[in-house]
Design a protein around this ligand. Structure first.
Ligand code: E4P
Length: 226
């Protein structure tokens, strides 16, 4: 499963890129707003941090023509590795079909139902993004919906993978990772949560304490091996 950072905070992106094996960055208009920065400036900085890794940027208009214009502007500004998120609504499907012909990679976003994802994939989207936690908050099972979408894509041999999104905790991500969905995007705090565990910290600390007892000094392996 590919793992993306769902954030536009460049400090956090730098930190996570330094520490974790992440695959790229996803954004949406709300995330850009929360960054408090000019969209072009912040997205350019993200591009410079992540190199040629996938960067997801959402088209804002709600009509197909406007979505296509935004998509062209986005890929011209941030490169062809940039994936344009298009809302999975009727005008969005129209835009996805055209963008596929134009060679621009898209992600069908704002996915709440399996058949919405099916239509986006059929329209040429390379990713579909079900909103796990938001679906849970509606009283449905976001994990089950996402698994169903994954099954639809695989069993219909569609050239599209799940980009599971909207997570509140690592358990939600883990379930989908175990199921083998293609990719997931999570906020820095959720990604940090994968290894936030007192037992891990204790075990690591115990190893250091025991090693220091060998001759009472703060040595590491390299000190013994020189
Ligand atoms: C991804 O495509 C979505 O924009 C994002 O993950 C939504 O997350 P939220 O429900 O935490 O806002």
């Amino acid at each position: 499963m590919k793992l993306f950072i769902d954030d536009a905070n460049t400090e956090q992106i730098r930190r996570l890129y330094d520490l974790y094996p992440v695959d790229g960055v996803t954004t949406n208009p709300s995330i850009l707003y929360k960054s408090g920065r000019d969209p072009k400036e912040v997205l350019s900085e993200i591009r410079s941090i992540i190199g040629n890794d996938p960067l997801f940027v959402q088209a804002v208009p709600l009509d197909a023509e406007g979505m296509i214009e935004d998509a062209v502007a986005i890929t011209e500004a941030f490169g062809r590795e940039t994936i344009v998120k298009i809302p999975s609504i009727p005008e969005g499907f129209k835009a996805m079909k055209k963008l596929k012909e134009m060679g621009i990679t898209t992600c069908g976003t704002v996915v709440y139902t399996p058949m919405q994802a099916y239509l986006a994939a059929k329209a040429g989207a390379s990713y579909v993004a079900p909103y796990v936690n938001r679906i849970d908050n509606m009283g449905y099972d976001g994990i089950a919906v996402t698994k169903e979408i994954h099954d639809i894509l695989v069993r219909n041999d569609m050239d599209c993978i799940v980009l599971a999104a909207s997570f509140k905790n690592s358990q939600q991500v883990k379930e989908l990772c175990a199921y083998g969905v293609g990719s997931a995007t999570a906020a820095p705090d959720v990604i940090d949560g994968f290894v936030r565990n007192a037992a891990i910290d204790q075990a690591v600390s115990d190893f250091c304490t025991d090693f220091a007892k060998i001759d009472g000094a703060e040595k590491t392996m390299k000190d013994y091996l020189k």
